[in-house]
Design a protein around this ligand. Structure first.
Ligand code: AMP
Length: 310
């Protein structure tokens, strides 16, 4: 049960209607690693950081069973930086700033020790780099899951189309699914996206849950109604980490098990949004996660008697 995670390890500056984070550690691969390592270890991390990335954060990840051999450190450059501002609904946000820094000339290298990993999580990153990692693997993983965002649809669509042909599961949010497919209906959007390559499409709808599409099957998972959503940043990556972490731990990639994986991902994402950055991810235990998964079960569980024809 081995997992490779690719993505950014970054600094973020987040503004929500309730406050500003200042500069904090984030990045797609950071969130995926914190989340997936609840279920599977080691997490074989591939990313790039600059001289400014805190050593304590690397130590904390290493202590979680995150293998850092594939994380390049560029001593004379700054880490990737992203700033975003959430609207009042906390579901939509504007990107205020994206500074590629170390990412501008990043060539991911898959260490020999990572070869043979059975699961690959392509966290949000330039599509050409996601593809480069797939191409370096001597043996195709059992499952390749990919996350992306509108930013790459706007500036790197041809590369995105290439990598889509190679992946099994694509995760994206509802507005991105509409942008990618040109379809308003999410059912039609998923159908169009499946024609581009992925057999499975997961469409995230923020506080309204997530949909999993495969052939004629659809599964819906709610999001837990939370009293306070403090910072949604990283919720998508945390969801992805829980999803692939569960699949890697169980080694079962059936549609039925993907349903469980979606609930685990949703449970982890519900913790992530409770505090700024990765703070909450560092606090929670397996028993907290189990209790939250039970809350999801209770949320949608009901008895019903069908009305018979009279
Ligand atoms: P999420 O809220 O799940 O979409 O993920 C937010 C994280 O993605 C932040 O921690 C950012 O550092 C990172 N991020 C933002 N923009 C990009 C981008 N264009 N490519 C890769 N990672 C990004």
């Amino acid at each position: 049960m081995s997992l490779i995670v690719v993505g950014t390890m970054a600094f973020d500056a987040i503004e929500t209607p309730f406050g500003k984070s200042g500069q904090i550690v984030g990045g797609s691969a950071t969130y995926v690693a914190w989340s997936a390592s609840n279920f599977v270890r080691p997490v074989n991390q591939i990313s790039v950081i600059g001289y400014d990335f805190p050593q304590e954060e690397l130590n904390a990840l290493a202590a979680r069973g995150v293998q850092l051999e594939g994380v390049q450190i560029k001593q004379d450059e700054k880490s990737f930086f992203w700033a975003g501002k959430y609207h009042m609904d906390m579901n939509t946000r504007d990107t205020l700033d994206t500074q590629l820094n170390v990412l501008a000339n990043f060539n991911p290298v898959v260490p020999d020790s990572y070869q043979g990993s059975e699961f690959l999580m392509l966290g949000n990153l330039m599509p050409s780099l996601q593809l480069s990692v797939i191409k370096q693997l001597k043996q195709r993983p059992k499952l390749i899951v990919m996350d992306t965002m509108n930013f790459w649809m706007d500036i790197a669509m041809p590369d995105l189309e290439e990598v889509l042909k190679e992946v099994d599961v694509l995760m994206l949010n509802d507005s991105e699914a509409r942008q990618l497919s040109g379809q308003f209906s999410l059912v039609r959007a998923a159908k169009e996206i499946r024609k581009m390559g992925p057999k499975y499409v997961v469409i995230k709808k923020g506080e309204h849950g997530a949909l999993l599409f495969h052939e004629e099957n659809v599964f819906f998972a709610p999001a837990l109604p939370l009293e306070d959503v403090f910072d949604p940043t990283g919720a998508g990556d945390t969801f992805a980490g829980g999803f692939i972490g569960h699949l890697a731990a169980t080694k079962d990639i059936s549609f039925e098990n993907m349903k469980t994986a979606i609930i685990k991902g949703s449970a982890l994402a519900s913790f992530c949004v409770e505090k700024f950055g990765t703070t909450r991810m560092k606090e929670i235990t397996i028993s907290d996660i189990d209790q939250r998964v039970q809350q999801f079960v209770d949320l949608v569980n009901f008895d019903i008697t069908l009305t018979n024809n009279i």
